[in-house]
Design a protein around this ligand. Structure first.
Ligand SMILES: Cc1cc2nc3c(=O)[nH]c(=O)nc-3n(C[C@H](O)[C@H](O)[C@H](O)COP(=O)(O)O)c2cc1C
Length: 149
């Protein structure tokens, strides 16, 4: 069904404004769990710090919106996102899925300001940019695989 619609944002002022709205929307959601793990507490400090950007100064934000009428919309958009991230990687461009922006993208006022398509929901906000350095490769967990005879 290809139920996606892409919104590309490169304007620095708009990116800054969106990051601020995103951080503001995330704070009350994260507050109750800020002491449950190191990741949660680090992210909480990150959100509360004035200078941080949800987008890490990346040059481009692409928000993948999915058509609400498509039964497999979340999966389709997530697959599109993964394909875009792999394609970017093959060209030396880094990317990151910014789920932290989603709460702000539930706000009708923000969606209207962005000109988001009607009847679509935000599924995958992705940033793209040239990495400042290499990130360390995480330890691979052994996948659980069962072979049925
Ligand atoms: C659904 C989803 C939402 C994410 N949201 C964020 C985010 O808001 N900010 C961020 O820095 N990384 C975000 N990430 C990226 C993860 O933190 C992590 O860097 C990425 O998934 C690579 O993880 P890995 O170490 O498991 O390969 C998100 C990833 C996923 C899958």
């Amino acid at each position: 069904m290809q139920p996606w619609s892409f919104l590309v944002i490169k304007n620095k002022d708009l990116l800054h404004k969106l990051s601020e709205s995103g951080k503001k929307s995330m704070i009350p959601l994260l507050e109750p769990m800020k002491n449950t793990s190191k990741n949660a507490s680090d992210f909480f400090v990150f959100l509360k710090t004035k200078e941080t950007s949800l987008f890490y100064d990346a040059g481009v934000l692409v928000i993948i919106f999915g058509n609400n009428n498509a039964p497999t919309v979340d999966f389709d958009c997530a697959m599109a996102a993964q394909n875009m991230m792999l394609a970017a990687h093959s060209k030396g461009i880094g990317s990151c899925w910014i789920g932290g922006l989603l709460p702000a993208l539930m706000d009708e006022k923000i969606l209207k300001e962005l000109g988001a398509p009607q009847g679509y929901k935000a599924v995958a906000p992705l940033i793209f940019g040239y990495p400042r350095g290499r990130t360390s490769i995480p330890e691979k967990k052994e996948p659980e695989v069962k072979w049925l005879k």
